[in-house]
Design a protein around this ligand. Structure first.
Ligand code: ZN
Length: 110
């Protein structure tokens, strides 16, 4: 149950454009973070630079977006566009939750 000790917020580093615009800089960061067993997700936003997100290896990756109408894995109701949809990648499985359902799911344990 070690996962339960990990706080729900993931460490996110918003790095300066200038540094990330050089691939040498990116390589230095990736190697350094990999040494500390962090997974890296790198995104480029059209015309708005880069964003890097580091997640400890083996820990759930979560994404939050506007509901897409998919079914929640707790209450089995559709997550509609007027709700936030939390998407978690855990061990190759993708789970989706309403924000309230995610809280319930975390409390119950896994
Ligand atoms: Zn739900």
């Amino acid at each position: 149950m070690g996962f339960a000790l990990v706080p729900p917020t993931e460490p996110e580093l918003h790095l300066l454009h200038g540094w990330l615009d050089s691939w040498r800089g990116v390589g230095d960061i990736v190697v350094g973070m990999a040494r500390q067993e962090y997974d890296l997700e790198l995104r480029r936003y059209n015309g708005r630079g880069w964003r890097a997100m580091f997640v400890p290896s083996g820990v759930e990756h979560s994404f939050i977006s506007q509901g897409t109408g998919q079914l929640c894995d707790v209450c089995e109701q559709a997550i509609t566009a007027d709700h936030l949809e939390y998407e978690l990648d855990i061990g190759g499985r993708t789970l989706r939750f309403h924000d309230k359902c995610l809280d319930m799911w975390r409390q119950v344990g896994r």
